[in-house]
Design a binder for this molecule. Structure first.
Ligand code: ZN
Length: 149
C-alpha cells in the first residue's frame, strides 16, 4: 500500500505543478462551474463537442493539489471519448473514491485514474478528487453550476 501512496503523491504533485489542458476554450459548446466550499476548490470546465464526441476539454480555476491534479487527469482521460464513455468514467470514478467499486475485482475503465483510490483513506479529500468529474458531468448535461455541498 505504501508503494501506491508514493506513486499517488508523485502523480498528484506532478500534475499540480504542470496541469494538462489548463486553459480556456473560448468557443466551448458547454461550460460549467464547480465549487467545493469545504476546501475552497473552484473550477470551470470547458467542453467542445463534435457530434457525440468530446473533441476538446479543458479547465481553469484554483484549488488544492488534489482537485487540480484530478481535473488535469480527467481532461486527459475524456478527450476523444463519446459522451456515454465519459459518463461511464464519471460513474466508475465516483464509485471508486466512495468505496463502491473494487478496482481490482470489478471491470472498469479507470486505467491510471486508479491512483485516486488513495483518497479513500482521506474522506475530506474525496470531494476534491471528484469535483472536476461532477463539473464535467454538469457540462455534458447542460447544467452550468454545481456545488459539492
Ligand atoms: Zn480541495
Amino acid at each position: 500500500m505504501s508503494e501506491l501512496s508514493d506513486l499517488y503523491q508523485e502523480v498528484i504533485l506532478e500534475h499540480n505543478k504542470n496541469p494538462r489542458n489548463f486553459r480556456e476554450i473560448t468557443d466551448a459548446d458547454r461550460t460549467a462551474d464547480g465549487n467545493n466550499p469545504l476546501c475552497g476548490d473552484a473550477l470551470r470546465v470547458y467542453v467542445s463537442m463534435e457530434e457525440d464526441k468530446v473533441a476538446d476539454v479543458a479547465f481553469k480555476g484554483s484549488g488544492c493539489a488534489i482537485s487540480k491534479a484530478s481535473a488535469s487527469m480527467m481532461t486527459q482521460m475524456v478527450k476523444g471519448k463519446t459522451r456515454e464513455e465519459a459518463e461511464v468514467l464519471f460513474d466508475e470514478f465516483q464509485r471508486m473514491v466512495t468505496g463502491n467499486l473494487d478496482i481490482e475485482q470489478e471491470e472498469n475503465h479507470l486505467g491510471k485514474l486508479k491512483i485516486f483510490a488513495g483518497v479513500l483513506e482521506f474522506p475530506a479529500r474525496v470531494k476534491c478528487a471528484s469535483l472536476s468529474w461532477h463539473t464535467l458531468y454538469a457540462a455534458l448535461n447542460n447544467e452550468t453550476e454545481i456545488s459539492t455541498e
